[in-house]
Design a protein around this ligand. Structure first.
Ligand code: NOJ
Length: 611
């Protein structure tokens, strides 16, 4: 049916057939632990929204339904067919490696990683098999959020080095046949950026309209939105009698993308870097750049579901497609540059609309739904369930479409290490790291390795809040103290803190000893071997994907084309399972040794090959 005209008289089935309705319902069901297939059952699929509204009157307000209908009806487009021809691209074949510069390699022993440290490790990256590097922000910044608060987009943070160091780094990367993508943080700037400084001080400045300022007349926050880093999403400037919006820390001020001058300045800045020769950008929270006009209050139910009040008014905003197309057309396309969006909260149908290649918005996105078991949140001490991971991957492998291309990753600078989420005691860290690596290098989708994955790194045994520096964790801890004992609050922080992924890598002489991080050579050599396998076999990149067994604790799939075929047999549990046996004509290429042919040991994974 057409995406227009969903009303309270429409049925769940009709809503589910619209891209946004699909993603919202899928998310709600997932969080409630209800299988999506209930929507294929005629009895439940036929329920009208008005009936549901009556049933859920206590949790879902009228305002919720208004916002819901607006979101669902706003999207006029439908994703292309799943079966359009697939096109090749360098970034589909590449293996990416994310560097978090502060903790990667410290060349001058001042306690912080730097550009010369990265230059010193380029041969290591090449040897590992890396094709492209994503560099987290290296721009000038007061470091309230470790550089995701940019003060000057055209300057390198002195702690990291100089522009000459950067030029040498870029040259070194290109000389080795690799590519470099930078972090583009343009949903917000630092409050120390000169645009914000001028805007705040001078009411007649053109920069006033670069941000979201509201007059403080009533002495109340302009709306009920909460920041992603705790507390209200508004700073109060008493002297100026103003409020200003920040979806992240109190020093990360949201830019007003409605203003064409903002877009023009951002586009000019992107072109400046592309002119230098960088190959593309990872775009920070790029789906947040378009906010609902009037910045209306957020719905408490949605706030609870998604973690932040107000998010429904900016995570898939009214002009998102327009702005993405504009950046692409005016900056990226002229340089053949690559783009990947960081897009928290987007479901698969929304993702199909922002990455469908014919639509010319983004090349790829990072979806985060697989980073926690549904029903759980990052700041929670629980065991991650690989069964849910398998189901999520299977959906993206089969439902995303040939005109879109997935990413496959487990870690980044915003998350504890995946191996520790699955196995907190660390009994199976090595087998798990290798299992994850095999899946990452053999699924359809571009692998993004986060620094340290290839070393088999696990979570860090932080001793107290004194070891934790991340703004998100520090704010959250303060917030938790309102109704938790300090020890309990620390335990919660320990479960989810981003600092697990941010301590100096173990190859630095000055890495903190208490962090207990060690390089696991077996994991590193597995990564090398697997990356090289992916590079040698097109079937692992462009080949078909077919799932052979997805029963509990099992993930067996085939990747194949006209010339060759791989069967990947995974044990997703810490118990032995019977191995997959329908393998006539296949030879085992990994592991090189096994205990029992018919049994997979805990987290064991096998790769079988047939020509
Ligand atoms: C996402 C980044 O990955 C994260 O590190 C940062 O804190 C927020 N965006 C705000 O820029």
């Amino acid at each position: 049916m057409s995406q227009r005209g969903i009303t309270m008289n429409s049925t769940l089935k009709e809503v589910y057939e619209t891209p946004i309705g699909h993603d919202i319902l899928a998310r709600i069901l997932l969080q409630l632990g209800i299988p999506e297939k209930v929507l294929r059952n005629p009895a439940s699929a036929g329920i009208k929204l008005s009936v549901l509204a009556k049933l859920a009157k206590k949790v879902l307000s009228e305002q919720f339904w208004q916002t819901f209908l607006r979101l669902v009806n706003r999207e006029q487009d439908a994703p292309a067919s799943l079966y359009t021809p697939m096109h090749e691209a360098w970034w589909k074949e590449a293996v990416f490696y994310q560097i978090y510069p502060r903790s990667f390699c410290d060349s001058d022993q001042d306690g912080t990683g730097d550009l010369r440290g990265i230059i010193a490790k380029l041969d290591y990256l090449k040897d590992l098999g890396v094709d492209a590097v994503w560099l987290s922000p290296i721009y000038d910044s007061p470091l309230d959020d470790n550089g995701y608060d940019i003060r000057d987009y055209h300057k390198i943070l002195p702690q990291f080095g100089t522009m000459e160091d950067f030029d040498e780094l870029l040259e070194g990367i290109h000389a080795r046949g690799m590519k470099l993508i930078m972090d583009l943080v343009v949903n917000h700037t630092s409050d120390e950026h000169e645009w914000f400084q001028q805007a705040l001080k001078d009411p007649s400045s053109k920069y006033r309209n670069y941000y979201f300022f509201e007059n403080d007349e009533e002495g109340e926050y302009p709306n009920n939105w909460t920041s992603n880093f705790s507390g209200p999403a508004w700073n109060h400037y008493e002297d100026e009698k103003l409020y200003a919006l920040h979806l992240f820390s109190t020093k990360q001020m949201d830019l007003n993308w409605e203003n064409p001058d903002v877009r023009e300045d951002v586009i000019a800045m992107i072109r400046w870097w592309l002119e230098k020769g960088v190959d593309g950008f990872r775009m920070d929270v790029i789906n947040y750049i378009s906010k609902e006009e009037g910045l209306p209050d957020g719905d408490p139910f949605v706030g609870n579901l998604m973690g932040y009040t107000g998010i429904e008014h900016y995570y898939y905003g009214p002009h998102l497609h327009e702005y993405l197309k504009e950046i692409r057309e005016k900056a990226f396309d002229a340089y053949g540059a690559f783009s990947i969006g960081e897009t928290p909260g987007l479901g698969i149908q929304m993702a199909r609309l922002v990455t469908g290649e014919e639509r010319k918005e983004l090349d790829m996105i990072f979806s985060f739904d697989h980073l926690e078991t549904p029903g759980h949140v990052r700041f929670e001490d629980y065991r991650y369930d690989l069964n849910a991971f398998r189901d999520n991957m299977d959906t993206w492998m089969t439902q995303y479409g040939n005109n879109c291309w997935p990413t496959v990753f487990y870690n980044n600078h915003d998350n504890p290490r995946m191996v520790s989420k699955i196995d907190p005691e660390g009994k199976y860290s090595e087998s798990l790291a290798i299992l994850l690596a095999v899946i990452q290098m053999t699924l359809r989708g571009t692998p993004f390795i986060y620094q340290g994955d290839e070393m088999g790194l696990v979570n860090v045994p932080f001793r107290s809040m004194e070891d934790i520096t991340d703004v998100e964790s520090v704010n959250k801890y303060e917030e938790l103290l309102a109704d938790h004992e300090p020890a309990e609050a620390f335990r919660i922080i320990l479960a989810g803190t981003r600092d697990h992924a941010r301590v100096l890598l173990p190859w630095n002489d000055n890495a903190p000893e208490w962090a207990g991080q060690n390089v696991n050579e077996a994991v590193t050599s597995a990564y090398k071997e697997l990356i090289s396998l992916r590079h040698q076999h097109r079937a692992l990149v462009y080949g078909h994907y077919e799932v052979l067994d997805r029963s509990r604790n099992r993930y067996v799939y085939r990747r194949y084309d006209d010339h060759e075929s791989f069967i990947i047999d995974c044990n997703l549990s810490d118990q032995p399972v019977r191995a997959y046996t329908d393998l006539s004509g296949y030879t085992l290429i990994r592991p090189h040794r096994y205990t029992e042919l018919n049994v997979l040991q805990p987290y064991e994974v096998r790769i079988w090959y047939k020509k």
